[in-house]
Design a protein around this ligand. Structure first.
Ligand SMILES: NC(=O)c1ccc[n+]([C@@H]2O[C@H](COP(=O)([O-])OP(=O)(O)OC[C@H]3O[C@@H](n4cnc5c(N)ncnc54)[C@H](O)[C@@H]3O)[C@@H](O)[C@H]2O)c1
Length: 252
C-alpha cells in the first residue's frame, strides 16, 4: 500500500501505543521509516512494542508517560527530541473508558475520561507545537470515535470527550494552518479489546453490527493505514477533517 518510505525522515510520537490501535499505528509508522516514540503509561507494554519494531528493522523507543499529566508530557517530548530530533508527527491516541449510565456516573469517572482524551491531547499538542511552528511543518492526528459523532449509551463522558476532540481538531487546524501544520481526526470502528464487549456480547453484537453498512467488524490492519496517510506528504493539503474508518457507521 505504501512504499516503506512514506514517512522517511520523520519523527513521530504515538500515545497509547502500548497496545491496540496505538501499537498498530506505531508499527505502521516505523514500517514507513519514521522514528517512533512509543508512548504509554504502561512502560512494559510500550517496551514490548518498541522492541518488536526494532526486531522488525524499524526505529523506536518506549517512553512512560501519563498524557493527562502536563509535566510528564513535557518530559516525554524533551526525551523524544533528545533521542530522535524535532517532532514532525503527533498521533493523539491514548484513551480509556469508564462506563456508567449517566445518572450513576461519578464525578471521578466523568473527569478521568475528559482528562485523558481531551486534556491529554491538548497537553501533547501544546508540548510539540512550538517546535512545529518554528520549523513550519507538522502533522497531527487525533483519535476520536463514532461515540463523539453519533452519541452513545453508558458513556456520556467518552462521547463528550470525543465530540470535544472534533472541535479541538477543527480549531487547531484553523489556528495552525498559517504554520503549515495540518490537523485531522480519525474515528476508528470497533476493532480492539476496548470494544470486545460490543463485538462479542449477544446483548450488543447484532444491534451494533446492524448499524455498520459494511456489515462486519474491521480487521486490525484495515484501521491504521489512514494514520500513515494523514502523517505523510500526501496529506499536505488536508486539514481540519474527520475520517471515519468505521465501515460507514458514521455516514450522515
Ligand atoms: N477499539 C476501538 O474499536 C475504538 C473505537 C473508536 C475509538 N477508539 C479510540 O482509539 C484509541 C485507542 O483505543 P484502543 O482500542 O487501542 O484502546 P486500548 O485500551 O487497547 O489501548 C489504549 C492504550 O492507551 C494507554 N493509555 C490509557 N490512558 C493513558 C494515559 N493517560 N497516558 C498514556 N497512555 C494511556 C493504555 O495503557 C493502552 O495501552 C482510543 O482513543 C479510543 O478511544 C477505539
Amino acid at each position: 500500500m505504501f512504499n516503506g518510505k512514506a514517512l522517511a525522515g520523520k519523527v513521530a510520537i504515538v500515545t497509547g501505543a502500548g497496545q491496540g490501535i496505538g501499537a498498530g499505528i506505531a508499527r505502521a509508522y516505523a514500517a514507513q521509516a519514521a522514528k517512533v516514540a512509543v508512548v504509554d503509561w504502561n512502560l512494559e507494554t510500550a517496551e514490548q512494542v518498541a522492541q518488536a519494531i526494532g526486531a522488525a528493522g524499524g526505529e523506536a523507543a518506549a517512553f512512560k508517560c501519563d498524557v493527562a499529566d502536563r509535566a510528564q508530557v513535557d518530559a516525554m517530548v524533551a526525551a523524544t527530541v533528545a533521542r530522535f530530533g524535532p517532532v514532525d508527527v503527533l498521533a493523539n491516541n491514548a484513551g480509556i473508558t469508564r462506563t456508567a449510565m449517566l445518572h450513576k456516573m461519578t464525578a471521578h469517572q466523568w473527569q478521568q475520561v475528559l482528562d485523558v482524551h481531551l486534556s491529554g491531547s491538548f497537553n501533547c499538542l501544546q508540548a510539540v507545537v512550538g517546535g512545529m511552528m518554528e520549523r513550519q511543518r507538522g502533522w497531527i492526528i487525533n483519535t476520536i470515535s463514532t461515540a463523539g459523532i453519533l452519541g452513545t449509551i453508558g458513556q456520556i463522558n467518552y462521547g463528550s470527550a470525543k465530540a470535544g476532540l472534533i472541535g479541538f481538531t477543527k480549531s487547531a487546524a484553523r489556528e495552525l494552518a498559517r504554520y503549515n501544520i495540518v490537523v485531522n481526526c480519525v474515528a476508528p470502528g470497533a476493532a480492539t479489546p476496548m470494544t470486545e464487549t460490543i463485538r462479542t456480547d449477544p446483548r450488543f453484537k447484532e444491534t451494533y453490527l446492524a448499524r455498520v453498512p459494511l456489515g462486519r467488524w474491521a480487521e486490525p490492519e484495515e484501521i491504521t493505514p489512514v494514520w500513515v496517510f494523514l502523517a505523510s506528504e500526501g496529506a499536505s493539503y488536508i486539514t481540519g477533517q474527520l475520517i471515519g474508518v468505521d465501515g460507514g457507521m458514521s455516514i450522515h
